[in-house]
Design a protein around this ligand. Structure first.
Ligand code: CP
Length: 314
């Protein structure tokens, strides 16, 4: 049976991740059509509940829903009754009472998507909860890597930067290793969590030692909005030790893939030239986000594996 919610990558396991990547392939074909629209989710209603800012995740979910012919409810926290003190629970119950099939939620607090899944009957999709999880980012990154490499078994991926505050790092380590890759996180001690117990990755503080061994280098944004103290002496020093600078770009292998979830701080964790280099797949990641989110919405809301194949549906 298809999963009801998408809360965490760990809930999926390798089989469901591979099923979503397979569905993504079909929806990428739909997205390439002259009229990129199918009736797969006609009659379904999806609400966006973004308590944190977003460009890529929100717009790609909206585009995905439109391409699947779903109806959507646009909820803007800044112009809602949240500003009159309405609680998260009452907000969710209110939206649920109007009839929704899924809520896509982003919130600064870890665990909020799980709370919502306990309060309402609709499917809940985690679009990022605090430092904790960002499962659709991990799926689109996995899809982008499989486009480049085929299977990820035995591939080595370095995730570099502000690991401590990164839900992308947590989700991507789980997804990449579930698909057979090896992950090394590269960061100063101050940008690592206090404990890495249970994290399925190696750790390094030396980017120059790791780069020659990687198939992909995944740069993370310094999440200054989540940092209470200064965790690096200066951004300039951080860039010189952990940034993908022009100098490191010259030494990078010709087949190494450069990735970033966005938004990028050009000149800090990634140089202008590295962001726009032919090895960079940053815009491909964004484009794949639409197809992956179509696959996720379809799997949770529209797919009945007992009745029809995806090809029959589309
Ligand atoms: N990668 C990502 O989550 O981007 P947004 O914050 O713009 O959604």
């Amino acid at each position: 049976m298809s999963p009801k919610h998408l809360l965490s990558i760990n809930d999926l396991g390798r089989d469901w991740i591979e099923e979503i990547l397979r569905l993504t392939e079909s929806f990428a074909e739909v997205s390439a059509r002259q009229i990129p629209k199918v009736p797969a989710l006609r009659g379904k209603n999806i609400a966006w509940l973004f308590y944190e800012d977003s460009t890529r995740t929100r717009l790609s979910f909206e585009t995905a829903a439109k391409r699947l012919s779903a109806d959507t409810m646009n909820f803007s926290v800044s112009s809602s009754s949240v500003n009159k003190g309405e609680s998260l629970r009452d907000t969710c119950l209110t939206i649920s009472a109007m009839g929704v099939d899924a809520i896509v939620v982003r919130h600064k607090s870890a665990g909020v998507p799980w709370q919502i899944a306990n309060w309402i009957d609709a499917s809940v999709i985690n679009a990022g909860d605090g430092w904790h999880q960002h499962p659709t980012q991990a799926l689109l990154d996995s899809y982008t890597l499989t486009q480049k490499f085929g299977a990820l078994d035995g591939r080595h991926i370095a995730i570099v930067g502000d690991i401590k505050h990164s839900r992308v790092a947590r989700s991507n380590i789980e997804a990449f290793t579930a698909l057979g890759a090896e992950v090394t996180v590269v960061a100063p001690q101050t940008l690592l969590p206090p404990s890495l117990e249970g994290w399925n990755c190696k750790v390094s503080h030396d980017l120059d030692a790791v780069l020659p061994t990687t198939d992909a280098v995944y740069l993370l944004r310094m999440q200054l909005e989540r940092q209470k103290d200064a965790l690096v002496p200066s951004l300039r020093e951080y860039t010189s030790r952990y940034g993908l600078t022009d100098e490191r770009l010259k030494r990078l292998g010709s087949e190494v893939v450069i990735m970033h979830p966005g938004p990028m701080n050009r000149g800090v964790e990634i140089s202008q030239a590295a962001a726009d280099d032919a090895r960079s797949v940053v815009t491909q990641q964004v484009a794949n986000g639409v197809s992956v989110r179509m696959a996720v919405l379809f799997l949770l809301l529209g797919h009945n594996p007992d009745e029809e194949t995806i090809e029959e549906t589309l």
